[in-house]
Design a protein. Sequence first.
Length: 296
Amino acid sequence: MILEQTGKICDRLYVTGHHLMPAFLLASPAPVLFDAGVAAMGPHYLRDIETHLGTTDALRYLLLTHSHYDHCGAAPFLKEKISGLRIGTNAHAAKVLQKPGAVKLIRALNDNFVDVFKNVIGAENIPFEPVAVDLILKDGDELDCGGGWTVRVIETPGHTNDSLSYYIPRIKALIAGEAVGVFHNGGIQPEFSSSYGDYMASIEKMAALDVDILALAHGHILTGDDAGGYLADSIKTTVLFRGRIEDYLDRFSGDREKVVEAIFGEDYDETVLMQQDKKSFLLNLRAQVLVVAEGK
């Protein structure tokens, strides 16, 4: 089954905010929020956390999949509003969230998001500020959330160098961020922005898991056979997309910007705009072309 929704996915697991910019809530005895979307979504997450937990202060952990603006944006807001909230991610992302140049870019992209999407989700402008990470996570770590609930940390680089995914064994749920791409128009859009080799290895690692619920970064939750099928299809689609970039690099004699322009003209339309603004799409696409051109 392929779901586009907010609210309950299964017992104890919820989509909060907006399905295009979700944060996933595990209502275990020590509750966990996975990802923090853009800064402007902070009040939306707070409202839904209170609805599902009874009080926002019940939330104990915020675990980030990576340090892109649309996954960490509301982290400073939530940490300010929720007493005792502990933020977890890996060491690389922890540094990014305090680095002045990175903070400036994250803030600018969050502001741009508000300009583009305010009529879609009623976003408000909340400035992104540097935020300290409390838990430095690494591959194989397990977070005890009480009552037999655990969250396993999986290092899944390739979309970014700092990408993490999270597996919840009790319900066989995988919170994958963008480490497996995104679902778009019935197909898969690969997202190997830092390394093709790492990205493929990460998908293969996750495809070996027993997954009944696959929570994607933007717009969709897949369950049952659709979850496992997506992971297998993501490998095939990624190979094809790399080949497509290679073909364009040959056609345009290695001119990367012409490759970006060609693929952008073919792939970017109003349906993409509902998930990603033009500036962010081009940043990701240029990164993927560079990855292929330089054999990363």
